[in-house]
Unconditional design. Structure first.
Length: 231
């Protein structure tokens, strides 16, 4: 077994091919789950990132071992980490106050690149363990996280009232029925002179205790112009 591992760490055409194929498998498996979620960076993107990182890592060792150049063999590979960071930024989107998507995809790209660097350096053990952990994270942990966040997620509401004199009364009503937090008094989105806007956060499990609170707010409070969920 040790002889096989030692052979795989050698630098020849066979081990180069093995490292690149493993990079395709690892990157593709991680990207497959992201693609199923409809993310911008899917299977092909993760394969290319992992493949490129593997090649970049091997270039440094090729230059040192075969060409005999001096210097740090990981100097080129180190630039891959920064490059993947810029690529990951393009997958992150801010959709609302509490809706930021693409962070997991960006992290997946970075992780795929790191796995590729490990494969290129012949660090198969670390690459394999990291690959298994990454797959576990985007599959099993994803479901666990969704279950927890579904119960404790939060969102915001926006309420427009007729006058600033009614702010305290409206906030008290919201806090009593919805248990709001992070209250902000803003200008009215409608631009109506005299109106005042109120933005607040509501935790999902608190909202479920009174799901009709927003409708109740419109009916019970005459000073309220309208109340909507704010995203």
């Amino acid at each position: 077994m040790q002889e096989i591992i030692d052979y795989l760490r050698d630098f020849n055409i066979v081990t180069v091919a093995i490292r690149l194929v493993l990079a395709m498998i690892c990157g593709g498996t991680i990207g497959l789950e992201r693609g199923k979620q409809g993310r911008a960076a899917g299977m092909r993107t993760h394969i290319l990132v992992c493949l490129g990182a593997t090649l970049a890592s091997m270039i440094g060792f090729y230059a040192a071992d075969v060409l005999g150049t001096t210097g740090d063999p990981l100097r080129i590979a180190a630039q891959v980490v920064s490059g993947i960071g810029f690529l990951g930024v393009g997958t992150i989107l801010i959709k609302g106050r509490f809706q930021i998507t693409g962070l997991t995809t960006a992290a997946g790209l970075w992780c795929a690149g790191a796995i590729g660097l490990a494969l290129g350096a012949g660090f198969y053990e670390g690459a394999l363990i990291a690959f298994l952990c990454a797959v576990l994270t985007v599959t099993v942990v994803h479901r666990l996280e969704y279950t927890i966040n579904k119960k404790y997620s939060r969102f915001g509401i926006y309420v427009a009232i007729k006058s600033d004199k009614d702010v305290s009364r409206t906030v008290d009503f919201l806090n009593k029925n919805l248990k709001i937090s992070d209250v902000q008094i803003t200008s009215p989105r409608s631009g109506t002179v005299g109106n005042v806007g109120i933005e607040a956060n509501i935790h999902n499990h608190d909202f479920k205790t009174n799901p009709d609170a927003v409708a109740l707010l419109l009916e019970a409070e005459e000073q309220v112009v309208f109340a909507i969920e704010s995203i």
